[in-house]
Design a protein around this ligand. Sequence first.
Ligand SMILES: [Zn+2]
Length: 337
Amino acid sequence: MSISVFGKYPGYRPRRLRQSPAMRRLVRETQLDAGKLVLPLFARSGQKLRQPISSMPGVFQMSPDEIVREAQQAYEAGVPAVLLFGIPDQKDEKASGAYAWNGIVQQTVRLLKKELPDLLVITDVCLCEYMSHGHCGIVHRGTEGRPIPARVLNDPSLRLLADSALSHAEAGADIVAPSDMMDGRVSAIRQILDQNDFGDVPILSYAAKFASAFYGPFREAAESAPQFGDRRSYQMDAANAEEALREVALDIEEGADMVMVKPALAYLDILYRVKSQFGYPTAAYAVSGEYSMVKAAAERGWVDERAVVMESILAMRRAGADIIITYAATDVARWLK
Ligand SMILES: [Zn+2]
C-alpha cells in the first residue's frame, strides 16, 4: 500500500481511469464561458474611423459608429460587456475631456446604449488619457528655485475623477472602473454616484494595478505615455503581494463592488489571493503586452494562438477570476462556440 504525503487526501493514489471526452468534461474543475469576458475598446472622434494600433494586431482606435459595429460583433459572439477608453481630440492640464458632457466616452456610451441596450458598458475612469502630461492626476511641477520634483497631487485629482465617473453614469454606463490608483477615489466616486441617484451603478476598481512593462503597447493605443517621470508613485511594485491585498481591502472598504488585478498572467498568485481572501467578484485584465506577445509569436508560427490564448484564460479562471478583460474576447467567444 502506498502512503500519501498529502495529509488532506489520505489514501490518494494517482489513477488512470477510463478516458473519453465526456469523462474529461465530467471531472473538469474549471469551465470557460463567454459570459465572463469583457472586450476593451478605444474610442476617438470621427466617422467610419478604424485606425490600427501597430503593436496590437486586430485592435483599433475607432469612431463611435465603428465601436458600435465592433461591440455588436462581440455581443453576437457571446461577449456581454465592453470596457471603453477614450482618446480625446484635445488634452490639457485639467483633463477637461474626461468629464465633458459631450466627451468622447460619454458620446460613445450614449450611442452604445441606444443601439445595443443589453450590452453592458463599463467605462475606464482615469485622467491620464486627457492630461497633456499623461499622468493620472493633477501635476504639481515643483517650485522654481527649489529642487522639488514634479509630482501628482492626490486630493485635487479626486474631484475630477468623481466628476468623470458621474458623467459616465449620466451617459448610461452600467459599471464605472477607476484605474488611476489615487488614494480615496473609490469613496469619492461612490459618494458622488449615490448623491446623484446612481446608487445602483457598481464600481469595478483597478484595486491591484502593478507598475508593469506589459503595458507598453497600450500606451500607443491610448496615447497616454507620460511626458515626464513615470507612474511608479501610484502604481504598485511588482514585488509586493501583501501590499496588493491591502490595496484591495482599502478599495472594498471604500465601496468597490468588484475588484481587478492587472496585469493577469504574471500576477495569478495575486488573483488567487484576492479571490480567496475577499471573495468579491474579481476581474483579471490581460493587458496589451500579454496580447501582443502571443500575436507576435503566432505570426511567426512559434505558438498556436488559439491554444495559448485559451490556456491563458483557463489559468486566470482557475486562479479565481470571475471576469476576464481581454483584447481577444471576441475570438475567445467564437472559439468557445
Ligand atoms: Zn491613468
